[in-house]
Ligand binder design. Structure first.
Ligand code: ADP
Length: 496
């Protein structure tokens, strides 16, 4: 009786206005446009009447989507903090229960609570746990229950119209693709904001936020060090960047030092990556046959990147280099992605159709080179990964850009397709893949000698220190040098 008594109660954590005001938009760095959008919502939330007179209404739901650790929860709290509103934090998994009626009543309870404090904010993290597509496979059971919970959310959000009490619902997910489309309809989560991985400038800004309470010898030294870490921490999330600074602080304290220095920051970065880079002394930890494959893959990817220079993400800058990056615990965790680092372009990217097609060609590279060098019966997981990557790019081009013979419509995903369209997609996709594989193979054929030189297996045309296999790394300007000087074999023509 006692345990069941609380079943219908929402497990949402209530945070009063006084507590949330601690978090502001200043705590979120990078992706300034997200802040601008949300600041506008805060203005409307605060001056509800003034805006209503002008016929402007606050959105009922804001959906933040993107990888974990990119600051979605932080943004939700900042909205509450900036608007000075109480905040109810729940998690989609709180509503997934096997008992009949519990999910729906928990949702009801949460909304009733929030309404009694209105204006207020409800934050539902991992909303996909309750809001995934209906009628899908019911893994783990509780499907009908979850459906009831989802329906209740929809009912509650639709109900706001009548009541004047303003409750803003913020949802967060990293699986936008599996959300039930009903949630995204007008009047529900009609503001969808992507919170992506930060750019290089974004990473620097985030590091600066988290360096505010840390000690450095001088501001000048701090800024130079943070810039260096921002350059190295490609694809890191805000949460990971924060960890680097915390870890560096701990290392500094452990050494009884007063200031964080380069050494601690680099050590913390390394720990956060969970990897170390193989120098001469460690390179034996990769089995020789895998090492050769990896070297060919990196070399081929580099050559194709030189061939299709990307104006928006210029191929590794002169100071960049390719390395074998290997986990210190387990060979199976060796990244299946090429290790090349791209210099990032911090302006707005603008892609043309040919750029999309080139992406497919580039993605095929690991597969094409592996087949060429090791034979079709001797492919490895490197090829499997490349195949899925290339297909993903092709599907995106066909389904979501309206630039191909498939048509001008946008399709969210494959399951949107009626059967005859699926067949059309299939034939177009294999056409694009065929073209990409042939084009890639033709480029690699033309520049075969450059690939061999970078790998370090061929006859050395320049000098033998360009040896990826022996040194484990190569600088980008050396790659460019080899690429430009290598003897070329004329390309075979490729049918478009
Ligand atoms: P998510 O909800 O997207 O998984 P969180 O908001 O929980 O991510 O992020 C965890 C922590 O990482 C935040 O509390 C914050 O300290 C830090 N963080 C993440 N992104 C950023 C950012 N863009 N700017 C500043 N800090 C960030």
């Amino acid at each position: 009786r006692h345990a069941l008594g609380s079943l219908g109660k929402s497990r949402a954590k209530f945070i009063s206005a006084e507590e949330t005001t601690g978090v502001t938009f200043d705590d979120f760095a990078g992706q300034e446009y997200i802040k601008r959008e949300l600041q506008e919502i805060v203005r409307i939330l605060k001056n509800d009447e003034e805006f209503q007179d002008k016929g402007i209404y606050c959105p009922k739901g804001v959906l933040l989507h993107g990888p974990p650790g990119t600051g979605k929860t932080l943004l939700a709290k900042a909205i509450a903090g900036e608007a000075g509103l109480p905040f109810f934090a729940a998690n989609g998994t709180d509503f997934v229960e096997m008992f009949v009626g519990v999910a729906a009543s928990r949702v009801k309870d949460l909304f009733a609570n929030a309404r009694s404090y209105a204006p207020s904010i409800i934050f539902i993290d991992e909303i996909d746990a309750i809001g995934s597509k209906r009628g899908g496979p019911d893994i783990g059971g509780g499907g009908a229950e979850r459906e009831q919970g989802l329906l209740q959310i929809l009912t509650e959000m639709d109900g706001f119209k009548e009541s004047t009490a303003q409750v803003l619902v913020i949802g967060a997910t990293n699986r936008l693709d599996i959300l039930d489309p009903a949630l995204l309809r007008k009047g529900r989560f009609d503001k969808i904001i992507r919170v992506g991985l930060p750019s290089r400038d974004g990473r620097l800004a985030i590091l600066k936020v988290h360096a505010r309470n840390k000690f450095f010898r001088s501001n000048l030294e701090r800024d130079a060090l943070l810039q260096e870490i921002a350059d190295l921490a490609v694809d890191f999330t805000g949460a990971e960047l924060q960890n680097i600074l915390n870890e560096a602080g701990i290392l500094t304290a452990r050494k009884d030092k007063d200031f964080i220095e380069r050494e601690e920051l680099l050590e913390a970065l390394k720990r956060q990556k969970g990897t170390f880079e193989t120098g001469q002394e460690d390179s034996t930890t990769i089995p020789e046959d895998l090492k050769i494959r990896l070297a060919y893959r990196e070399a081929a990817v580099a050559v194709v990147a030189c061939y299709f220079p990307d104006p928006y993400r210029p191929f590794i800058q002169a100071s960049g280099e390719i390395k074998f990056i290997v986990s210190n615990t387990d060979i199976s965790t060796i990244s299946s992605k090429p290790n090349m680092q791209y210099a990032e372009f911090s302006g707005k990217a603008f892609f043309r159709k040919s750029d999309y097609v080139n992406l497919i060609v580039k993605a095929c590279t690991p597969r094409v080179i592996e087949e060429e060098m090791f034979g079709i019966d001797n492919l490895s997981w490197i090829s499997a990964k490349a195949t899925s990557e290339a297909s993903r790019h092709a599907e995106f081009l066909i389904l979501q850009t309206g630039m191909t013979a498939f048509g001008k419509a946008y399709y969210r995903n494959l399951s949107d397709l009626v059967p005859n369209l699926a067949a059309k997609l299939e034939s177009l996709r294999s056409e694009y893949i065929r073209f990409a594989v042939e084009k890639c193979s033709s480029v690699l054929h033309e520049y075969h000698s450059a690939v061999e030189t970078i790998t370090g297996t061929g006859t050395q045309i320049i000098a033998c220190f360009y040896v990826l296999l022996e040194k484990g790394w190569i600088k980008a300007d050396e790659i460019w040098d080899i690429y430009r000087k290598a003897p070329r074999i004329p390309q075979k023509p490729v049918r478009p």
